[in-house]
Design a protein around this ligand. Structure first.
Ligand code: 5GP
Ligand code: ZN
Length: 109
C-alpha cells in the first residue's frame, strides 16, 4: 500500500467506488469519469506504479488482469470491448497504480 495512492485507498475501502469484482489479488470498479457507456478498471490490490516496473514475477497477475476483462465485460452486457493500459504520463497515465481500462457499449450519452 502506498499512502498517497488513490487506488490503494479504494482497495482498502477508504475511498468509495462502484465495485463490480474482487478476489485475492484484484478488484474492479467503474471509472468515475466514464469515457464509454461501460467503463471499468481492473486493478491489482498490490501497489505497482507502471507496467514498466513489472517483471517476470508479475506474469501471473498481468495474465489474470487480462483474462478477467472478457468475463466482467460479458457480465456488463458487452459483446465486444476495448482494453487500454496507459504507461507513464507520456502515455496518458494519471494514476500511478497499474490498471486495465475496459470500455464498451458506445459513447457516453
Ligand atoms: P489513467 O489515465 O491513469 O490510465 O486512468 C486513471 C483513471 O482513473 C481515469 O479514467 C479516472 O477517471 C479514474 N479515476 C481517478 N480517480 C478515481 C476515483 O477516485 N474513483 C474512480 N472510480 N475512478 C477514478
Ligand atoms: Zn496504489
Amino acid at each position: 500500500m502506498s499512502a498517497d495512492c488513490i487506488f490503494c485507498k479504494i482497495v482498502a475501502g477508504d475511498i468509495p467506488a462502484k465495485r463490480l469484482y474482487e478476489d485475492d489479488a484484484l478488484i474492479a470498479f467503474h471509472d468515475i469519469r466514464p469515457q464509454a457507456k461501460v467503463h471499468f478498471l481492473i486493478v491489482p490490490k498490490a501497489h505497482i506504479e507502471t507496467l514498466k516496473t513489472c517483471t517476470v514475477s508479475h506474469t501471473e497477475l498481468l495474465g489474470r488482469m487480462l483474462l478477467l476483462a472478457p468475463k466482467l465485460a460479458a457480465e456488463q452486457g458487452l459483446f465486444g470491448f476495448k482494453t487500454v493500459m496507459h504507461v507513464e504520463r507520456e502515455g496518458g497515465q494519471e494514476v500511478f497504480h497499474i490498471h486495465l481500462h475496459v470500455l464498451g457499449g458506445g459513447p457516453v450519452a
